[in-house]
Design a protein around this ligand. Structure first.
Ligand code: NAD
Ligand code: UGA
Length: 465
C-alpha cells in the first residue's frame, strides 16, 4: 500500500492555501509544502498578513506553519521530494485564440505538469485539484509520460475542490463529500486509496466518493453549473415578483420547503460573482460545443446570460428611480467583494454595476471592509471594462468607513451582504444624505420597513416595499 509522507501543492491561492492548511492540521505526520511561482504570495503566506482573508484561516496557519506546513518558492525541490502532488493552479477563461472567452486556459496546468515530469526521479501521484475540462487528466498524463525519466511512473487522480470562499475552513473540515476519480486499474485503485486514506483521517468513509476520472472532472463542472443555475433561476423569478407584487423571499421559502427542491442557493441578488461560476459554465458550454451538443451548450449559456441581465436590469432600475440621470451624483456602493467574508472581487457584480454608473458620469463612492482602492482600480480597468484609468480615478472614491461613503450621497446601493451593513445607524445616515434619499438593497439584507419609516425611498430586488 502506498503511504504518503510528503506532499507538494503547486499553487498557493484560494484553494491551495486553505485546503493544505486543513490537511496539515488533520495529518500531523505528513509534511506539506505549498509552492508558488509568485514570491510576494509566498512571502505573504509566511507573514502575519496572509494573502487571502478567510475566517478561521489565520489561526490555523499559525498553528501548523513551521511544524508540518511550509510555504516556499522552491517548486523543483519540493516536487522532487514529494510522494503526492496537488495541482491547484489557476485555470481562468481563455482570453485569446480558439475558444476565447469560453474555454479554460490550461497554460498554468500544462506548465505545472511539464515541471513535474522534468523534475521527478521517483514515482508520484499527481492530483488535479484545479477545476478543468473533462479529459484534462488525459492531457496531464500524456505530458507526464512523454517527458518522464526512465523508470518513473505517474498516477493521475482527479480530486476537485468544493470549498466556497468565506466558509472555506468549515467546508474543508466538514465536507459534504470528497470526490476522487482515478484510473480503473489496480495501480489506479491503489493511488485512489492512498489519497482517500488521508481524507479518511477526518471525513467519514461514506462521504469519500470514488469514481472514474471523467465522472469526477465532469461532476465539478456540473456542481457549479447547478448552483449557479439556482441563483439565475431565482433571479429570473425576482423580475417577475417586481412586476407582479409577489415577494421573492416568500416564493423562495415556499419552494425551498419542498424537500425535493431544498432551501439553499435561493437568495435573489444582483447576480452571482466569484472566479468560478461563470468560468466553469462557459467551460461546460465550450465542452458541449466541442462534443457537437449545441443544444446542451445553449441551455447552460442561458444561466450566464440571465446573470448579466440581472446586473444590468438592477442598474437600469436605479437610474430610472434617480430621475433618469446620475451625472455627478454621489452613488454609494456598500460592498465590492463578490460575497461577504472574503476580500475576493473576481467577477463581483459590484464591478459591473460601478462600471455602468461611471459610464453615466456618476461619482461612485465605494466602501468594502476587505477591498483596497488598488484592487478596485485594477478590477475596473480590466480589458473590456473601462480602459481609461484617469476616468476611473476621477469617478471613484474609496472610503474607509460606510458612514463616510454615504455622506452627501444621493443613493446607497448594497452590493455585498456584509453583516456590518445590517447594523449601521440608518437614521444618522439618512440625515447626512441628499433628499430624496434612496437606498437600493441588492442583497435583501436590510430592514426595509424601518428604512421607509425613517424616510428613505427603498427599492429592493424581487419585491415592492
Ligand atoms: P488562485 O489564482 O488564487 O491561485 C493559483 C496560484 O497558482 C497562483 O498563486 C499562481 O501564482 C500559482 N501558479 C500558477 N502556475 C503555477 C506554476 N506553474 N507553478 C507554481 N505556481 C503556479 O486560484 P484559486 O482561486 O486558488 O483556484 C485554483 C483552481 O481551483 C482553479 O482551477 C479554480 O477554478 C479552482 N477552484 C477555486 C475555488 C475558489 O473558491 N477560489 C474553489 C474550488 C475550485
Ligand atoms: C462556489 C461553490 O459554492 C463552491 O462549491 C465551489 O467550490 C466554488 O464556487 C468554486 O468552484 O470556485 P464561491 O464562488 O466561493 O463557491 O461562493 P458561493 O457561495 O457559491 O457564491 C457564489 C456567488 O453566488 C456569490 O456572488 C453569491 O453572493 C451568489 N449567490 C449565492 C447568490 O446570489 N444567491 C445565493 O443564494 C447563493
Amino acid at each position: 500500500m502506498t503511504v504518503i509522507k510528503k506532499i507538494c501543492c503547486i499553487g498557493a491561492g484560494y484553494v491551495g492555501g486553505p485546503s493544505c492548511t486543513v490537511l496539515a492540521a488533520k495529518c500531523p505526520d505528513v509534511i506539506i509544502t505549498v509552492v508558488d511561482i509568485s514570491q510576494p504570495r509566498i512571502d505573504a503566506w509566511n507573514s502575519d498578513k496572509l494573502p487571502i482573508y478567510e475566517p478561521g484561516l489565520d489561526e490555523m496557519v499559525k498553528q501548523q506553519r513551521g511544524k508540518n506546513l511550509f510555504f516556499s518558492t522552491d517548486v523543483d525541490g519540493t516536487i522532487r521530494d514529494a510522494d503526492l502532488i496537488f495541482v491547484c493552479v489557476n485555470t481562468p477563461t481563455k482570453m485569446y485564440g480558439i475558444g476565447q472567452g469560453r474555454a479554460a486556459d490550461l497554460t498554468y496546468l500544462e506548465a505545472a505538469a511539464r515541471r513535474i515530469a522534468g523534475i521527478s526521479t521517483a514515482p508520484k501521484i499527481v492530483v488535479e485539484k484545479s477545476t478543468v475540462p473533462v479529459h484534462a487528466a488525459d492531457s496531464i498524463a500524456r505530458i507526464l509520460h512523454a517527458n518522464a525519466k526512465e523508470g518513473v511512473t505517474f498516477q493521475i487522480l482527479s480530486n476537485p475542490e468544493f470549498l466556497a470562499e468565506g466558509t472555506a475552513i468549515n467546508d474543508l473540515v466538514n465536507a459534504d463529500r470528497v470526490l476522487i476519480g482515478g484510473q480503473q486499474s489496480p495501480a489506479g485503485h491503489e493511488a485512489i486509496e492512498a489519497l482517500a486514506s488521508l481524507y479518511a483521517r477526518w471525513i467519514p468513509r461514506e462521504r469519500i466518493l470514488t469514481m472514474n476520472t471523467w465522472s469526477s472532472e465532469l461532476s465539478k463542472l456540473t456542481a457549479n453549473a447547478f448552483l449557479a443555475q439556482r441563483v439565475s433561476s431565482i433571479n429570473a423569478i425576482s423580475a417577475v415578483c417586481e412586476a407582479t407584487g409577489a415577494d421573492v423571499e416568500e416564493v423562495a421559502r415556499a419552494i425551498g420547503t419542498d424537500t425535493r427542491i431544498g432551501s439553499k442557493f435561493l437568495k435573489a441578488s444582483i447576480g452571482f460573482g466569484g472566479s468560478c461560476f461563470q468560468k466553469d459554465i462557459l467551460n461546460l458550454v465550450y465542452l458541449c460545443e466541442s462534443l457537437n451538443l449545441p443544444e446542451v451548450g445553449e441551455y447552460w449559456q442561458q444561466v450566464v446570460k440571465m446573470n448579466d441581465w440581472q446586473r444590468e436590469r438592477f442598474t437600469r432600475k436605479v437610474i430610472a428611480q434617480l430621475f433618469n440621470t446620475v451625472q455627478n451624483k454621489k452613488i454609494a456602493i456598500l460592498g465590492f467583494a463578490f460575497k461577504k467574508d472574503t476580500g475576493d472581487t473576481r467577477e463581483s457584480a459590484a464591478i459591473y454595476i460601478s462600471k455602468y454608473f461611471l459610464e453615466e458620469s456618476a461619482q461612485v463612492a465605494i466602501y468594502d471592509p476587505k477591498v483596497s482602492e488598488d484592487q478596485v482600480v485594477r478590477d475596473l480597468s480590466e480589458p473590456g471594462l473601462l480602459s481609461n484609468v484617469d476616468k476611473i480615478k476621477k469617478g471613484v472614491t474609496m472610503y474607509s468607513s460606510a458612514y463616510d461613503a454615504v455622506k452627501d450621497a444621493h443613493a446607497i446601493i448594497v452590493c455585498t451582504e456584509w453583516d456590518e451593513f445590517k447594523t449601521l445607524d440608518y437614521q444618522r445616515i439618512y440625515e447626512g444624505m441628499q433628499k430624496p434619499a434612496f437606498i437600493f438593497d441588492g442583497r435583501l439584507i436590510l430592514d426595509h420597513q424601518k428604512l421607509r419609516s425613517i424616510g428613505f425611498q427603498v427599492e429592493v430586488i424581487g419585491k415592492r416595499v
